[in-house]
Design a protein. Structure first.
Length: 571
C-alpha cells in the first residue's frame, strides 16, 4: 500500500509560528499579483495555486500527486456548485432583461425609493440582496444585485463595491443559516448537542452581526454619494439599518434562526416603504443629475399589473427556495438524488492523526443546489412571460432562453477559471495543513485570543469565499482553544462566543475573497480589473473586522451580560 499523508501544523522546522508564516505565502502571492503586478484574477489565482502546491510539497511534506489531486478536488467543487450557481443567477437576471420586464422592476424600485437612486441601491443591495443570501448564497446575491444596480445608472466600480459591502451582514445566516448549523455540527457533532450548540451560537451571532448591519446602509450612502449622501438620507439609512438589525437580533435569539435573514429583509423593506411615505430624502434631483438620470418616478405611469409581473420572478425564487430548504420531505428527497464518489489517491492516502481517512469525497448535488433551483425558477418565469405577454414586452421562446445560457457562460468563462483555481488553492491549503497552521498559531496567542478569534473566520472566508467553509475549517479549533484557555483560568473564553466570533468575522472577509471579486467583476463588466474592486473594499473589510474584534473582546469581559445567557455552561 502506498504511503499515507497526515497534515501536521508544525511541519516547517518544527515551529508552528514558522509554519503559519510560510502558509501565508499563497495568499500573499495572490494579492501581490493582483495589486502589485495588476494581473488578472485568473493569473493571480494560478500563481497562488502554484505557490500553495510548492509550500505543501516542500514545506509540509505532502506528496506531489496528493497536492495535485487536492487541487483537482477543489477545482471541481469550484465549478459545481459555485460556478453553476453564479451562471444560473446571471442567466435568471438576463431572462428579465430579454423579456423587457427588468426596466419595470427598476421603475418599481424607483417608486419605492421615491426616485432616489441611493435609497434604491440600498434596498436592492442590502435588503433584496439579503433575501437572496438567505435563500441561495454561493455568490448569487452579488451576481444578481450587481447587474440590477448597474442598470440603475451606478458606475461599475461603485456598483461592485456597493454589493460586496452590502453582502456582509446577511452572510452569517445565509443559505438558511448553514454557516451556523455547520459550526455546531463540526464543533460538537451532528447530534442533539451540535443542534443545541447551533441555537446558542445563533443567539450570540444575533448579538454581534446586527451592529454591523446597522452601519452598512450608512457605508453604502458614503460610497454612492459621499458626505452629501449621508446628509441627505441619513434618517432613511438609520430606519433601514435599525429595522434590519432589530429583526435580525430578535429572529436569531427568539425565533427560528434559519429564517433570520428572511425576516430581517422583509421587515427592513417594509420599514423603508412606510417611512418613505412620510419622509422624503433630500437632494433627489441633485443625485439624479450627478448620475445623469433624466427620468423620474413621478413621470412614469406603471400599472399594477406590470409591477406585479416585474416582481413575480423573485417571488417564484422565494417560493422555490423556501420549499427546497424548509419543507423537510422535499429537502430529504432532493438530497437523496445526490451522487457521492471518492477522489482517487485522496480517499486511500489522506488520513488524520488517528489514522482515520479524511472525508475528501465529492458529492455531486446536481438537484439539491441553488443553481438548479434558479434554473427551475428561470424556466417557470420564461413560461409565464411567454403566456402572459403584453405590449412592450418581448415574448420569450425556449430557444431564446437556452441560447442565453451559452451567452452567459461565454461571458463568465474567465470568472469560472478564477473560481476553480481559487477553490483548488483553498483545498490544497486545507488538506496539506496550511490553513489550520495559520489558525492554530492565532489560537496560541493566549489572552489576546478573544480579540483575535474573529480573524480566523475572516481568513477562512477570504480563502474559500464561504463563511460555511470557514466554520468547517476552524470551529473545532475555536472550541478547543476556548476550552484550553478556560482550563488555564482565562476569563470570557467561552466556546459559543468563539464559534460566533468565527462566524461573524467571516462575514467581513467575504468581500475580499477572490471568488467574490471575480463574481462582482463579471457582473459589472469589469473582468480583468478585480484589483480595482479589491482596493475599494479592502479598507472597509479591515475597519469592520477591527470593530468585530473589539466587540467580541468586550463581550468576553465587560459586555458579558449580552451573551452569557446563551452559553451552554449557564443553561
Amino acid at each position: 500500500m502506498e504511503n499515507t499523508f497526515t497534515a501536521v501544523t508544525d511541519a516547517v522546522g518544527g515551529s508552528l509560528a514558522l509554519s503559519a508564516l510560510v502558509s501565508a505565502l499563497p495568499l500573499l502571492a495572490f494579492f501581490i499579483m493582483l495589486l502589485g503586478f495588476k494581473a488578472r484574477a485568473h493569473v493571480s489565482g494560478l500563481v497562488s495555486l502554484i505557490v500553495a502546491i510548492l509550500v505543501a510539497v516542500f514545506g509540509f511534506g505532502m506528496p506531489f500527486d496528493l497536492a495535485g489531486m487536492s487541487a483537482f478536488r477543489g477545482g471541481i467543487y469550484g465549478l459545481f456548485p459555485i460556478v453553476w450557481v453564479i451562471l444560473m443567477a446571471i442567466w435568471f437576471y438576463q431572462i428579465t432583461v430579454l423579456s423587457g420586464r427588468f426596466e419595470d422592476l427598476r421603475r418599481t424600485f424607483d417608486l419605492i425609493g421615491g426616485g432616489d437612486l441611493r435609497i434604491q441601491a440600498i434596498l436592492i443591495a442590502f435588503c433584496f440582496g439579503g433575501l437572496l443570501e438567505a435563500l441561495a448564497g454561493f455568490g448569487a446575491p452579488v451576481a444578481i444585485t450587481a447587474t440590477m444596480i448597474l442598470a440603475l445608472g451606478v458606475k461599475p466600480l461603485k456598483a461592485a463595491t456597493t454589493v460586496l459591502i452590502a453582502n456582509t451582514a446577511p452572510v452569517a445566516f445565509g443559505a438558511v443559516a448553514i454557516p451556523i448549523t455547520t459550526a455546531g455540527e463540526v464543533a460538537y457533532g451532528a447530534n442533539e448537542q451540535g443542534a443545541q450548540a447551533a441555537v446558542n451560537v445563533a443567539a450570540v451571532v444575533g448579538h454581534q452581526a446586527p451592529f454591523i448591519a446597522f452601519f452598512v446602509p450608512f457605508i453604502l450612502l458614503w460610497i454612492l454619494d459621499g458626505v452629501k449622501g449621508i446628509k441627505d438620507a441619513w434618517m432613511h439609512a438609520a430606519v433601514i439599518g435599525l429595522a434590519f438589525s432589530v429583526a435580525q437580533w430578535w429572529a436569531a435569539t427568539y425565533f427560528a434562526y434559519q429564517l433570520t435573514d428572511v425576516i430581517a429583509c422583509i421587515v427592513s423593506i417594509a420599514a423603508a416603504v412606510v417611512f418613505m411615505r412620510f419622509v422624503k430624502p433630500r437632494g433627489v434631483a441633485g443625485v439624479r443629475e450627478r448620475y445623469g438620470i433624466t427620468e423620474s418616478a413621478e413621470s412614469v405611469h406603471l400599472p399594477a399589473r406590470r409591477i406585479w409581473m416585474a416582481l413575480m420572478p423573485y417571488l417564484i425564487v422565494v417560493i422555490i427556495f423556501g420549499l427546497a430548504n424548509l419543507y423537510t420531505p422535499l429537502v430529504n428527497w432532493l438530497k437523496a438524488q445526490s451522487i457521492k464518489f471518492d477522489i482517487p489517491l485522496l480517499a486511500e492516502r489522506l488520513v488524520t492523526a488517528s489514522g482515520d481517512p479524511v472525508n475528501s469525497a465529492y458529492t455531486w448535488a446536481w438537484l439539491a443546489n441553488p443553481g438548479t433551483y434558479l434554473l427551475f425558477s428561470g424556466l417557470i418565469v420564461a413560461v409565464i412571460y411567454s403566456i402572459f405577454n403584453e405590449k412592450g414586452a418581448y415574448k420569450l421562446g425556449l430557444g431564446d432562453v437556452l441560447k442565453e445560457i451559452g451567452a452567459v457562460a461565454y461571458k463568465m468563462r474567465w470568472t469560472a477559471v478564477t473560481i476553480a483555481l481559487v477553490l483548488a488553492l483553498a483545498f490544497v491549503m486545507n488538506y496539506s495543513g496550511q490553513t489550520v497552521a495559520i489558525g492554530e498559531f492565532v489560537a496560541s496567542l493566549g489572552v489576546a485570543y478573544a480579540f483575535l478569534s474573529p480573524v480566523l473566520g475572516w481568513v477562512g472566508t477570504a480563502v474559500t469565499g464561504s463563511d460555511t467553509s470557514a466554520n468547517a475549517l476552524f470551529s473545532k479549533l475555536q472550541v478547543t482553544a476556548a476550552e484550553n484557555l478556560q482550563a488555564n483560568g482565562v476569563p470570557g473564553a467561552h466556546p459559543e462566543l468563539m464559534l460566533a466570533a468565527n462566524t461573524t468575522g467571516g462575514v467581513v472577509g467575504k468581500m475580499i475573497s477572490p471568488q467574490s471579486l471575480a463574481i462582482a467583476a463579471t457582473s459589472v463588466n469589469m473582468e480583468g480589473k478585480e484589483s480595482e474592486i479589491f482596493k475599494a473594499v479592502l479598507p472597509w473589510s479591515f475597519i469592520l473586522l477591527f470593530a468585530i474584534c473589539v466587540l467580541v473582546f468586550l463581550q468576553s469581559n465587560i459586555l458579558g451580560f449580552m451573551v452569557d445567557p446563551y452559553f451552554a455552561s449557564n443553561q
